[in-house]
Design a protein. Sequence first.
Length: 227
Amino acid sequence: MSPDIVSGLSIGAYPAAVVAGALEFTDALKLVALRGDLMEQAWPHGYGLTAIMGLTLPQVEQLIEGSGTYIANLNAETQIVIAGSDEGMAQVAKRALEKGASKVQRLAVSVPSHCELLAEPAQKLAAAFESVTLARPRCAYLSGSTGRVLWQPEKIADDLAMNMARTVRWQEAMISANEREARLAIEMPPGGVLTCLTRQAAWEGETISLERSGVDVAVHLAGRLRA
């Protein structure tokens, strides 16, 4: 079973690039390790991510004004993640609940990912990519940051290096995959969060978590679609 499209959220873009044949597995391991070190060194404590459920992007954009926080992830129409300092996020969380958010959750992440606070470490990672050779992918590589398919190796390298400093646009990516007539989304382990998010993106086909549904179900569904 081989994919027609691959996509990954945040660090998930690296295994997506490996599966597509654009990035060697050994190179991916080294780059991911460096990525983690650079992110942790940039903001060792006092920063992170907070998810806000039940409010739209315009509402959250209004709430973060003057807080020093940033839009980090657009996971679904009413599931938005912000990045920033603990103090700034707590301030926005309070405003969000007062505005009618159904839930606000501080995520177990210790760095302010996917915003301009990580622009400098992203540039350092981009420099490391200069010594790595990427190839044209065997299947469509769909960027989780732009929601667009990338084929050129240099553009995939840029996407991988810089995604730590760019907003995740998962909903847009899944809408794009749907428009390209993808009808089976298989989430690789661990977990099933992306399966739930994909279902919220006007997905017209099947979407499953491999961890929860198992390989046999995935193979059966893929075979039925290709029949």
